[in-house]
Write a protein that binds this ligand. Structure first.
Ligand SMILES: Cc1ncc(COP(=O)(O)O)c(C=O)c1O
Length: 448
């Protein structure tokens, strides 16, 4: 059987121009282990993007495998309204131990975007039920990404994904957010005090009273090109949200679970959000699950006699799926028992250093940015002016194709080549994948 041909007969792949598959057909993966993916012909690909940032502890991790196998013979799924199960309860008990202070009520969904939708509805309904009926709008940062469903796409600001849908999206208030590479104040990360926060202050002054929530990807705007910004910004945002009675919604879908060097990115700022969205690393990349976790205060605003109509009548069929919960419990066990996050922080020093050494000297590398084990390299046409290349050249995509042939799965965001590997990556793999990425980048840039 030609699996690639069969695939293309039936499958419409996500986030793809299917015509590109004429030249680069889908790679048929048969098995995986650690950071390695193996195709049907036995070729190996180093998954240094954690399969869309979700694989946390390596593919086919023996401990997670066995947790899911144990669970499947006991209970695969059960309706989560009026029924519950020990696996979900245990997961919440364990999560409370690691979450920022105050987050204690868990509402389950089955993908990141769904948890963002849930957070938005929760915040909106809270304000409607607590006498702030004028609070009907959402705020989010420029360059934000929060998912692909209509609500999540509305708060997002990546035109690549949302432009065509604008006529059917919500009217979201946009805060001009931090841009540390092309700082309009002419500052650098070392000498900045978040001067750009004045934009947020002005926007809140104007729209704070009509806003129910501000959504933010803490410290790292992933889809925007792994844009990293200081924790001070989050701390200031917490103050501003308190001042205007606006919920602070932390989208930790991509940043949670040790990706930024701490369990949650918000920890760097020493403040707590009102609502936090979790997915991706939550199940180690095993199962589609997400959680929207919030405070007692928000929960209480929904708690009343049924007849008062205050309940949060939001549901997903697969909410609280036991298989996903069993994987999520084991992820937390592994993080703790094997001290994965402190070890990742140690490894990140090595990774950051070799990436700086290999890429910074290249003539078209505008910036190398790091947070935790995430490293991004932005290539630009002109290093001095930071002018980007024409996006139609698809330089990132060309680098991607070359790297695949050499066994490395990069999936650049435009002209930003990045690594966001499983936290268990070893030094030899760091050496190999950075060598391959450098060679491919050099070849592509030299061909211009
Ligand atoms: C910050 C952030 N929010 C939301 C999402 C959407 O999650 P999902 O793809 O599971 O819907 C993503 C996915 O990449 C993300 O990075």
């Amino acid at each position: 059987m030609n699996w690639q041909e069969e695939d293309l007969k039936y499958i419409w792949h996500p986030c793809s121009q299917m015509k590109d598959y004429e030249e680069l057909p889908p790679i048929v993966i048969e098995r995986a282990s650690g950071i390695n993916l193996y195709d049907v012909d036995g070729n190996c690909y180093k998954d240094v993007i954690s399969s869309w940032w979700c694989n946390l502890l390596g593919h086919c991790n023996p401990r997670i495998n066995s947790a899911v196998k144990n669970q499947i013979d006991k209970l695969e799924h059960v309706i989560f309204a009026n029924f519950t199960h020990k696996t979900a309860i245990t997961l919440c008990q364990k999560l409370i131990e690691v979450l920022p202070e105050g987050l204690c009520k868990f509402n389950f969904a089955d993908n990141g975007s769904a948890s963002v939708e849930m957070a938005m509805k929760m915040s909106f309904q809270y304000h409607q039920q607590t006498g702030n009926v004028q609070k009907k709008r959402f705020m989010a940062l420029s360059d934000a990404y929060h998912g692909e469903t209509i609500g999540a796409l509305s708060v997002g600001a990546c035109d690549l994904y949302s432009e065509i849908y604008k006529p059917i999206l919500m009217d979201v208030i946009r805060v001009q957010g931090p841009d540390c590479f092309r700082c309009p104040y002419g500052l650098t990360r070392d000498n900045c005090s978040c001067e750009c926060f004045e934009k947020a202050e002005k926007t809140f002054e104007q729209y704070g009273n009509e806003t129910c929530a501000m959504l933010v990807e803490p410290l790292l705007q992933g889809s925007a090109g792994m844009k990293v910004y200081p924790s001070l910004y989050l701390k200031k945002l917490r103050g501003l949200c308190d001042k205007y009675d606006v919920h602070l919604i932390a989208d930790e879908i991509a940043t949670g679970y040790g990706r930024t060097g701490k369990m949650f990115a918000f920890e760097h700022a020493g403040v707590s959000p009102d609502i936090m969205c979790l997915s991706k690393g939550l199940t180690g990349g095993y199962m589609p699950m997400s959680i929207c976790v919030t405070t007692q205060k928000i929960y209480d605003a929904f708690y009343d006699d049924y007849i008062k109509g205050k309940a949060f009548l939001h549901s997903h069929t697969y909410a609280g799926n036991p298989l996903a919960c069993s994987a999520a419990i084991e992820v937390l066990n592994i993080l703790k028992d094997e001290q994965i996050i402190p070890k990742a922080v140690e490894k990140s020093k090595y990774f950051n250093n070799i990436i700086n050494d290999k890429f910074l000297p290249l003539k078209n590398v505008g910036e190398v940015r790091h947070i935790g084990l995430i490293n991004a390299i932005e290539i630009v046409k002109d290093k001095g002016t930071k002018q980007p290349f024409d996006s139609r050249l698809r330089l990132g995509y060309q680098i991607y194709k070359k790297a695949l042939k050499r066994g490395v799965l990069l999936r650049p965001l435009g002209d930003v080549i990045y690594f966001n590997p499983p936290l268990v990556i070893q030094k030899e793999d760091m050496d190999f994948v950075t060598d391959v990425a450098k060679e491919c980048m050099t070849e592509v840039l030299n061909s211009l």
